[in-house]
Design a protein around this ligand. Structure first.
Ligand SMILES: Nc1ncnc2c1ncn2[C@@H]1O[C@H](COP(=O)(O)OP(=O)(O)O)[C@@H](O)[C@H]1O
Ligand SMILES: [Mg+2]
Length: 403
């Protein structure tokens, strides 16, 4: 049987561009070469797509020069079901013009982005349009999972436990700074956590314990995003993460992890710059696997994670993060990551699911979703075009239905 051709997409115009490179190269290394042919597809910060062998060398990215590295710039053919990566060269001689070359054909895409322009439903939209299977959550779930403001509204609407929050918009903040600070202080006691709506990896997230810190935190957050969430803060919460894998009602949860922090807040550095090697991404973070939090609490967290996975119609592997209030013992949802750092592979190894097996499962989910999609009808024929008159000026007296 022919090998399945995987296209691993990563990079993109996102604050988490570098984290995505690490996650993607890690994944590519773990793919079973007997089963798959892998094409790495790197999207630069400017949005250019490149393919080529040199992409597998991490050093390439520190001083990125596509020409020296012999990379080929490509675009995705959006014709439904094509999966072709196209490269254009200026033609030579009499037949000048652009010469089109099909560099690769992809059977299934593996989006390994973190943050905007990749984890947020945008690439998923492109792949839906191109009608090619892909391993991550669909458009709606990805979009809700990226936006902390809409995510909170969604979770609250579903009756899931979330901390109170105040939503802020940059234009209002600039116009009515003092009124905004007062509005937040009226709604929430200190400490609060201030977060750009659509970011990840703790970038732009800060804790504020008084008005001065709040003002500064809002300035920082608004430099990253037009919309900011201010959330009721917990003091040194116990953080517990749970990965969920599957599609369409068939789901499995991973073991739980408890990330370790020195400061009580998980920052970018604690996530990626710790441990023996920063090239390990999320896998290098300090953590306790299968923490002893009691069976009841573990089951509650696993149950909530599964419910959230289903409510957002997720696909492939996601990670859902929780915080436990040390004083009350209450559990709150922090967020969902629809493409988690290092694809959360380290949470599956404990269950006997190797990274190669995890990739198999993700691909199976993608193929199943595509089969389901293919069962839908996209052709609904009617006679409305035959009988229509657009009702433009001067069309008085024309027969037929008016729109
Ligand atoms: N309400 C809160 N109370 C206490 N700590 C918080 C709160 N919100 C976030 N944090 C801390 O900040 C980290 C990052 O916040 P999070 O919402 O997960 O953003 P990101 O998407 O950037 O990871 C969390 O892992 C946690 O350590
Ligand atoms: Mg987080």
């Amino acid at each position: 049987m022919d090998k399945l051709r995987l296209g691993v997409l990563y990079g993109s115009r996102s604050c988490e561009h570098e984290v995505s490179i690490i996650s993607a190269l890690q994944l590519i290394k773990a793919v079973d070469p007997a089963k798959y042919d892998v094409t790495p597809i790197y999207i630069t910060q400017q949005g250019e797509w490149y393919v080529g062998d040199a992409l597998l060398d991490m050093k390439l990215y520190t001083d990125f020069d596509p020409y020296k590295a012999g990379l080929k710039r490509v675009t995705l053919d959006l014709t439904a079901g094509s999966g072709a990566l196209l490269h254009y060269e200026p033609g030579k001689g009499l037949l000048r013009g652009l010469r089109e070359e099909v560099v690769a054909r992809i059977d299934c895409f593996v989006p390994v982005f973190h943050g905007l322009h990749g984890e947020d439903g945008s690439i998923q939209g492109l792949l839906e349009l191109a009608n090619i299977p892909y391993t991550s959550t669909g458009i709606a779930g990805s979009a809700v999972g990226m936006d902390k403001i809409i995510m909170k509204r969604f979770f609250r609407g579903m009756g899931y436990p979330v901390l109170n929050g105040v939503e802020c918009v940059r234009a209002n903040w600039q116009r009515e700074t003092d009124a905004t600070l007062e509005r937040i202080e009226k709604a929430l006691p200190y400490p609060v956590f201030v977060k750009p709506a659509c970011l990840g990896s703790s970038i732009g997230v800060s804790r504020a314990d008084d008005r001065d810190q709040l003002k500064e935190a809002l300035e920082v957050a608004f430099s990253y995003d037009r919309r900011v969430l201010v959330e009721q803060g917990l003091d040194r919460p116990v953080e517990i993460n749970c990965s969920v894998l599957g599609f369409d009602g068939e789901t499995e949860t991973s073991v739980l992890e408890m990330p370790l922090t020195d400061t009580g807040t998980l920052g970018f550095e604690e996530k990626y710059l710790r441990g023996s090697s920063s090239a390990k991404g999320m896998a290098s973070m300090g953590r306790v696997l299968e923490p002893d939090i009691g069976q009841e609490l573990s089951e509650r967290i696993r149950g909530l994670a599964t419910d959230i996975f289903r409510a957002l119609d997720c696909k492939g592997v996601v990670r859902i993060d929780f915080m436990i209030d040390r004083t009350s013992g209450e559990v709150y949802i922090t967020e969902i990551n629809t493409i988690p750092g290092s694809l959360a592979y380290y949470l599956w190894a404990r269950k006997g699911v190797s990274y190669a097996m995890l990739i198999d499962r993700m691909v199976e989910c993608a193929m199943k979703a595509q089969r389901e999609k293919d069962e839908n009808s996209y052709a609904f024929r009617s006679d409305i075009l035959r009988n229509v008159a657009l009702g433009a000026k001067g069309s008085k007296g024309s027969k037929g239905s008016k729109l």
